[in-house]
Write a protein that binds this ligand. Structure first.
Ligand SMILES: Nc1ncnc2c1ncn2[C@@H]1O[C@H](COP(=O)(O)OP(=O)(O)OP(=O)(O)O)[C@@H](O)[C@H]1O
Ligand SMILES: [Mg+2]
Length: 307
């Protein structure tokens, strides 16, 4: 794994931005009606924070991510990055997806260079690409084509491309979802290394509760809205402890894990000193709402350190 290093080129100068999601709703027009997906979504994300979006398939996680970077437009409400509204695809954001989406006929270096801001000086750009390939552990593979490297290496190149313009907001939609379990764990550590070396505000979508608990400052669970059709933020949970977190058993995190799984409709079959857990979905909803309120008052000021 690469060691985190401070950015050294003139291209790497952007700061992490705060993100404010204000009363966002999104419904899609369908033949003969409409599909309400999101409603009343309100969230403030601090600069440099890692926020993970969790929710069942089809709950609107990708849709919400797309509103943040301007790839899609809310039906109502708006998103502010660093206090200014997102209008159209926002250059302050970079996005990486489950598939690396690299150009097959270009080398990894050339693919990473595609992420540089327009008009970047040639020499600065080459230095930035070299620096990023080093950061993601691909320094020796810049000349390889995507087909000549493994899925994990291609995904690392895609991350480097997303970082090329030093985005203030990095949006990751199931970035490790297509990788084998072991590579996935390594990529999680790589993401934390990257975040330490080049802090940006990160919003990451995943289905993996353990990944969320390992990476996040806060976990946002999308759930059915109590006030109408569509989903909204069901709970916002602050993950206890500093990163890098212990992957072994931690009782506080284990409790949160059970609650998140139950919030996703997965029974935990957990037994504690008081017998089997019998939490119903409504109980979870009430208890997470309560803790969400606590979170808002207890939150530390500023993001946690990643190192
Ligand atoms: N452009 C679109 N037009 C119509 N419906 C859409 C569009 N984009 C998304 N949807 C619908 O919105 C809902 C939420 O989709 P979205 O992709 O945001 O879910 P998700 O939580 O990311 O799911 P997954 O975990 O499976 O990726 C789905 O019912 C989907 O069919
Ligand atoms: Mg999705």
């Amino acid at each position: 794994m690469p060691s985190p290093s401070a950015p050294t080129t003139s291209v790497a100068s952007a700061a992490a931005h705060p993100v404010a999601i204000r009363d966002v709703a999104r419904e899609f027009a369908l033949a003969g009606g409409s599909l309400p997906v999101l409603r009343d979504v309100d969230l403030d994300i601090e600069p440099g924070e890692i926020v993970v979006l969790l929710g069942t398939s089809g709950s609107g996680k990708s849709t919400l991510l797309r509103q943040v970077c301007g790839l899609d437009v809310p039906s109502s409400g708006h998103v502010l990055i660093d206090g200014t509204p997102v209008r159209g695809v926002d250059p302050r954001c970079a996005v990486a997806f489950q598939e690396p989406r690299l150009l097959a006929w270009r080398s990894l270096s050339q693919n990473v260079a595609l992420g540089l801001p327009r008009g970047t000086d040639k020499q600065d750009g080459a230095a930035r690409v070299a620096e990023l390939l080093e950061l993601v552990g691909l320094a020796e593979f810049g000349g390889h084509r995507p087909k000549q490297v493994s899925g994990g290496m291609a995904q690392r190149a895609a991350l480097a491309r997303a970082l090329a313009r030093s985005p203030g907001v990095l949006l990751l939609d199931e970035p490790f979802g297509a990788l084998d379990a072991l590579t996935r764990l390594r990529m999680q550590d790589l993401l934390l290394d990257i975040h330490a070396a080049e802090p940006s505000t990160v919003v990451l979508v995943t289905h993996d509760v353990d990944e969320a608990l390992y990476l996040a400052d806060r976990i946002v669970l999308l759930a059915a809205s109590p006030s109408g059709p569509g989903n909204t933020i069901g709970s916002v949970r602050t993950v206890p402890g500093q990163r890098p977190r212990d992957r072994a058993f931690d009782p506080q995190i284990a409790r949160l894990r059970i609650e998140l799984l139950e919030g996703l409709g997965v029974p935990s079959h957990h037994e504690d000193d008081h017998g089997p857990t019998t939490t119903t979905r409504n109980d979870v909803h009430r208890s997470t709402r309560h803790r969400n309120d606590d979170d808002r008052t207890d939150r530390p000021v500023g993001p946690r350190s990643s190192s």
